[in-house]
Write a protein that binds this ligand. Structure first.
Ligand SMILES: CCC/C=C/C(=O)SCCNC(=O)CCNC(=O)[C@H](O)C(C)(C)COP(=O)([O-])OP(=O)([O-])OC[C@H]1O[C@@H](n2cnc3c(N)ncnc32)[C@H](O)[C@@H]1OP(=O)([O-])[O-]
Length: 719
């Protein structure tokens, strides 16, 4: 809705009213059209101001409406009518003007923004382009280079930056609507021809072709298969090379292609999925809206290796007082230097003072006695972690939350070491912890809703997307990674190369294929875990038995590489070779190819030709199958949690929505049928055996992903 009032005698004020973000729903658009007609027909009204209620201009088109048939007046003619108005129209921008809302403001003759407002055209992040004239008006107003930047990245800019670009005419620290109304009174009756952006020529730099070529190359490189950024460049190019009307026609064509693509559906799903994970629930029935967090003022990090350093930086940068503890004197000094460097570089990038004084260092666990929350980040060794939790329980003041950054160990075993197991949760950060957005908050059977709520809130405050998950080996992310890694190794045994497997996965959209990723993370990490589990054994014998461990098929390939000291990038050798240890440029390694040949000969395996489809299906469907098991087990509350974890923590291409959403685009019946096929071919690989939930979803007609929770509830109630 929108409210129309007359203010100061001669100004028609249109206030958008559609909580929570005044999105431009059909009702809002209709109300704008009606209000404009009224303002134009009332002789007393000399000018118009458009604003949004509750200090928020608008979050743009109503994304929920994209799912169904559009109704109500379309945005394009509505904005054209505003621009063509004979009375000046001023946009009073408070809070945000994003997407269609900024396009609406670009149709106005003037734009006045509050100094704290943010504006942007984030349509690209939803798999779209600014398709209500934004791709044609913005370059005409602020020039091609700046428009290309804003439209292809979707980034929000501050009012100050918008003023610098000429995107807004004025910024104010005062009541924006009042300022805009006064402004509207002043400009009433003035000629408007020079204020209609669609009539402006599009000013391009002399080397505009080179610029478009460069931007297109950059976008193709970084898009990882996403089509919207490319369409955005094409639309701006149309603005730069065609008259306005023809440019609008091109915008319409490109928009039509994007809006029917699977990518925009995936990105819209993902937009809501990101918000859904904040509404967490636990199997006990505890929920986000009934569990209050306790404020955390002071936090501690125990163990200052790579993860601990990143966590300390993330906390300090968000304004928390941090006690950083490392018991080895030499490592403490190194960590101190590294953390200060990270804080200084981060502060320089953000143009703020480094938060060096937020961190106090200590080499004794006693120094955490007075903090509100501790994050343990010592080496991934259960015995060591148990000892730390015993010490923490004895040292910390009553009520301190004790969290572990373990990437997969049993939270419950750690909780059992403490006097208050209800205050123990996992906080699984991803490396580098001050950069990566994902945080898995892991609750054990004893974790209280208070502890979960507090960890979730802390995650939010330090800028993480936090997902609450249950306690099991590997939690959600690493548990699903296991079958994916396993299939990749089996494919090598059967005839593929690391380069081919990686190429297929990177073409799918992963930032890195499985082998390049393993080289980056370090092959020794998984090796140590497999040794502790009794899986990796030295000097295996020949024959079938070597490739069977604990009753299931096993590939010792990764162990054999580690036995040769090939730990990946850090040693300069892994699945690839590198110029020197630490180098990131992976090159195919002839040694590795001969090693694979010898391995196959040793085990009497005959290499066969493996195609693109088999690599994708075996790696991805086995991972998706594990995702269904996770849902069945109640470790993740819904598919959105899994998808958010995979996009933010494991570089799953966002335009494919996450593994569970991807399964719906493939078709659940097809995923089931292919899993059955591969399981028949590899009966000793349990991860290929389709899980019950997948079968039940297919049997119930493959409902849309938004309905899965109902089926899951039914499956669980039958257990
Ligand atoms: C021809 C077409 C051309 C135009 C295309 C477009 O305009 S495309 C659009 C271009 N615009 C964008 O891409 C902007 C997308 N939105 C945002 O970036 C952020 O939501 C924000 C910055 C507006 C507010 O951030 P914040 O952290 O303060 O809050 P929050 O994020 O938690 O959201 C609060 C609630 O509002 C909901 N909701 C929000 N926006 C929309 C919407 N447009 N629609 C519907 N709903 C929307 C959101 O789901 C949530 O609901 P819930 O879960 O409570 O039921």
């Amino acid at each position: 809705m929108a409210q129309y009032t007359r203010v100061s005698g001669s100004v028609g004020l249109i206030t958008l009213q559609s909580p929570p973000v005044n999105a431009l729903s059909a009702a809002v658009r209709q109300a704008i059209v009606d209000s404009m007609q009224r303002a134009l027909s009332e002789p007393e009204v000399k000018s118009v101001v458009i604003c949004g209620q509750n200090g928020l201009f608008s979050g743009g088109a109503d994304i929920k409406e994209f799912r169904g048939q559009m109704s109500g007046p379309p945005l394009i003619p509505m904005i054209h009518a505003i621009e063509a108005s004979s009375k000046p129209v001023v946009a009073a921008i408070e809070g945000i003007a994003l997407g269609g809302a900024l396009e609406l403001a670009l149709g106005c003759h003037y734009r006045i923004a509050h100094s704290k407002a943010r504006v942007g055209l984030p349509e690209v992040t939803l798999g779209l382009l600014p398709g209500a004239g934004g791709s044609q008006r913005l370059p005409r107003l602020i020039g091609v280079p700046a428009a290309l930047d804003l439209i292809t990245t979707g980034r929000h800019v501050t009012a100050a930056e918008a003023l610098k670009f000429g995107l807004v005419d004025q910024i104010t620290d005062h009541n924006t609507v009042n300022v805009a109304v006064k402004f509207a009174q002043r400009v009433a009756g003035q000629p408007l021809d020079a204020r209609r952006i669609s009539t402006y020529p599009c000013l391009s730099p002399p080397d505009v072709d080179v610029l478009f070529e460069e931007v297109m190359q950059r976008v193709r490189r970084t898009a990882r298969g996403a089509i919207a950024p490319i369409a955005c460049v094409q639309a701006v190019r149309a603005a730069a090379t065609l008259p306005y009307n023809q440019g609008m026609e091109r915008e319409r064509e490109l928009m039509a292609t994007l809006s029917t693509s699977g990518q925009t559906r995936a990105l819209q799903y993902f937009f809501f999925a990101q918000r859904a994970v904040g509404r967490w629930s636990m199997p006990s029935g505890a929920r986000w809206d009934t569990s209050k967090p306790r404020p955390v003022h002071k936090a501690a990090v125990i163990g200052l290796g790579t993860m601990g350093r990143g966590i300390a930086v993330a906390l300090a940068q968000a304004g928390f007082s941090v006690v950083a503890v490392e018991t080895q004197e030499k490592q403490l000094m190194e960590a101190k230097q590294a953390i200060s460097g990270m804080l200084e570089r981060g502060a320089k990038r953000r143009g703020v003072a480094p938060a060096l004084d937020k961190i106090n260092y200590g080499c004794n666990i006693q120094s955490v006695a007075h903090v509100d929350l501790v994050i343990e980040a010592v080496f991934e060794d259960m015995a060591l972690k148990k000892k730390v939790f015993q010490q923490l329980s004895a040292v910390c003041k009553p009520g301190t939350f004790l969290c572990s950054n373990t990437s997969g160990l049993d939270i419950d075993q750690l909780a059992c070491q403490t006097r208050n197991p209800e205050l123990v949760v996992g906080m699984h950060f991803f490396a580098p912890a001050h950069v990566m957005k994902l945080l898995e908050v892991v609750y054990g059977p004893k974790s209280s809703p208070l502890a979960v709520a507090t960890a979730m809130q802390l995650g939010k405050k330090i800028g993480k997307v936090s997902v609450a998950v249950g306690n099991c080996r590997g939690f959600v992310g690493n548990r699903m990674l296991k079958p994916y890694l396993e299939q990749a190794l089996f494919l090598l045994e059967e005839g593929a190369t690391p380069e081919f497997v990686d190429q297929v996965l990177e073409e799918f959209g992963f930032a890195m294929g499985v082998f390049r990723m393993s080289d980056l993370s370090g092959l020794d990490v998984g090796w140590k875990v497999r040794m502790a589990d009794g899986l990796a054994v030295p000097n295996p014998t020949t024959g079938q038995a070597t490739r069977l461990r604990q009753g299931r098929r096993y590939s010792p390939l990764g162990d054999l590489l580690c036995e040769q000291g090939r730990f990946g990038q850090k040693t300069g050798r892994g699945w690839y070779q590198y110029n020197k240890p630490g180098s990131q440029v992976a090159k195919p390694d002839p040694w590795l190819h001969s090693f694979l040949d010898e391995y196959r000969a040793w085990h009497a395996l005959v290499a066969r030709r493996i195609d693109h489809q088999e690599v994708l299906e075996r790696c991805l469907y086995s991972m998706i199958n594990e995702g269904f098991r996770i849902l069945e087990d109640g470790i993740a509350a819904g598919p959105e949690d899994i998808d958010v974890i995979y996009v933010f923590g494991y570089s799953w291409p966002r335009h494919r929505g996450g593994p569970m959403f991807y399964a719906t685009t493939v078709g659940l019946n097809k995923v089931l049928e292919r899993l059955e096929h591969y399981h028949q071919a590899h009966p000793d690989v349990p991860s290929l055996q389709p899980c019950d939930l997948l079968r039940k979803l297919v049997a119930s007609g493959s409902p849309p992903i938004q309905k899965w929770r109902e089926v899951i509830k039914k499956v669980r109630s039958q257990l």
